[in-house]
Write a protein that binds this ligand. Structure first.
Ligand SMILES: *Cc1c(COP(=O)(O)O)cnc(C)c1O
Length: 408
């Protein structure tokens, strides 16, 4: 698409942004960019400038922007029915759920609208199962330093970062945060009150830290021995991003519960909690719910997204393109004094640096590349699963240039 084909909506993006920002609460430090159009790996702003998207709306648009088959499915559903209460049967929600359970170790799905809600549902199900089914009075959820689980009161309490908790006291009780990737510390923290352990297989917001193979195996075994439920937060790592459909598959473990959102609907807002058969008894009619969870529209987006990913084994493509991106980065950043290491899994990649990266993100935008950070010193790369070698090479050349400048 050329510059002329893009409708220019605002004569000045900066002025437009400042003017409209007054109508919104200041919960985001927004870049002075208004993106108005997207296709595949590419985005256009209201000035007609083109950007290569290596953040995918933070791991959301895993099939690229406006994927044709998902669009067709949603448009077809828009013509038929948008909303009907969960008090009725919703056939395509059942089919979307079956696509998840057929392709994972999970057996039953609860649909909601976001990641935080999926984790909230997981926390509620874990407690209710322990208290009403197992009758053991357990309530405590153990989570980890540098984790991220969402912004509701319960999920920000579960999050192992102080900055998201500031000013929100009193926080709900029954949460404990311990060091990640340290089995002895975790073992010492469990007690008769421990209902569940909740973790990310790769800490996304916290800085792209994968759990070690041996650690997660030990954690899964400990949970089995002690009757503790294992909850895996797959909100950022799921839907093919890390080179498996769900990242816990890399570790040969089966969580009791895992949660999804971000990539699940290709950008249509939807979340899901997936539970093992035994957990079904933890909920009954009326124990949990959501007006919008899994509406026909959301279910159409989920179904189309998962059908494409499963039909083409797109997680394999994520593994292959991720390996190429890491190889290209390591080759082009070798000897760079500002870069500490390149790490990650599949297409969830971090470039850990020796100083703050905020400036580099802004400079990359000016060069036509959109990326984000994961903590102050880590650049996070999250291209879509269909990213091409050529697009990878463009991104790497921009990053190599900016990181060379940063090293001077
Ligand atoms: C983004 C994210 C969440 C929160 O999802 P929302 O849809 O923003 O509520 C939870 N956990 C992880 C690991 C995430 O990356």
């Amino acid at each position: 698409m050329s510059k002329q084909e893009v409708e220019v909506k605002s004569p000045n993006a900066q002025a437009h942004n400042e003017q409209n920002a007054q109508s919104l609460l200041p919960t985001y430090a927004r870049f002075p960019l208004a993106i108005v159009k997207g296709k595949g790996s590419w985005l256009w702003d209201d000035q007609g400038r083109k950007y290569l998207d290596f953040m995918s709306g933070i791991a959301v648009t895993n099939l690229g922007h406006v994927p044709e088959k998902v669009k067709e499915a949603v448009v077809k559903q828009i013509d038929e029915l948008w909303h009907i209460s969960n008090l009725f049967q919703i056939p395509n929600q059942e089919e979307a759920g079956k696509l998840i359970t057929d392709n994972s170790g999970g057996d039953a799905v609860f649909f909601c609208n976001s990641g935080a809600e999926a984790n909230e549902a997981a926390i509620k199900l874990a407690r209710r199962y322990q208290q009403l089914v197992k009758q053991n009075g357990r309530y405590e959820i153990i989570t980890f330093e540098q984790s991220f689980h969402g912004r509701t009161l319960a999920t920000l309490t579960a999050t192992g970062q102080d900055k998201v908790k500031e000013g929100f006291a009193p926080l709900p009780g029954g949460f404990k945060t311990v060091k990640y990737n340290d089995f002895d510390v975790l073992k010492a923290a469990i007690s008769d009150h421990t209902a569940a352990i909740m973790l990310e297989t790769v800490q996304g917001e916290g800085g792209i830290y994968p759990a070690s193979q041996s650690y997660l195996k030990q954690v899964a075994d400990l949970c089995k021995q002690e009757g503790i439920l294992l909850i895996i937060d797959e909100i950022q790592t799921g839907i093919g991003r890390t080179g498996k459909l769900f990242a816990h598959e890399h570790y040969g473990i089966e969580p009791d519960i895992f949660t999804l959102a971000k990539g699940l609907g290709s950008g249509f807002p939807v979340g899901a909690m997936v539970a093992k058969e035994e957990l079904r008894a933890g909920f009954s009619a009326g124990s949990h719910g959501s007006t919008f969870g899994g509406t026909p529209l959301a279910a159409a987006a989920v179904k189309a997204t998962l059908e494409i990913i499963v039909a083409d084994n797109l997680w394999e493509r994520a593994a292959k393109q991720g390996a190429y991106l890491v190889e290209q980065l390591r080759e082009n950043l070798a000897g760079n004094a500002f870069v500490e290491e390149v790490r990650g899994l599949g297409l969830l990649i971090g470039i850990a640096c020796k100083g703050p990266v905020a400036d580099i993100i802004v400079k990359a935008q000016q060069e036509g590349l959109l990326i984000i950070s994961a903590g102050p010193n880590v650049l996070r790369l999250l291209p879509n699963l269909l990213v091409t070698n050529e697009e990878i090479e463009i991104a790497v050349s921009i990053l190599a240039k900016l990181l060379a400048e940063a090293a001077e």
